[in-house]
Design a protein around this ligand. Sequence first.
Ligand SMILES: [Zn+2]
Length: 151
Amino acid sequence: MILVTHALVGAVIGKNINNPLIIIPLSLVTHYALDSQRHGEYLDKTSKFGNTWWKIALDISAGFLFILSFITIKDFDLLRIRNILIGSFSSLFPDFLTLLFWIYPAGFLKKLHSFHEWVHRYFFSEELKWSLKNALNDILVSLLAIIFLFL
Ligand SMILES: [Zn+2]
């Protein structure tokens, strides 16, 4: 799924759980669980950092704009803000590792990347084409996350 979705879901986890030792693994597991659902990807086999960085920057900026707006509106204490940010960063971490894999495609990163691809099942096939139909789960999960952030 896109980074906005992962960041928002991680924020919901961090908002509702006080212990980082639970937030971090739960956010990581949730990342892979969400990636196993049907979704569109703006990356394909031709994607390299040089032709993709602006999409990634836009995606992650939108996620943190939502989260920072939410934190500002809700006026949380520092502990809650910390947990929200830990949840968001942990939720994004598997995709950060994919970025590192592009730079250094070997060793432990290669194994993690293979697992990440396996989770996607349809990775880089027609099933993950960037389309509204394939983006419906991203939209639905993001809207639910925004609702849970404001509750
Ligand atoms: Zn992912």
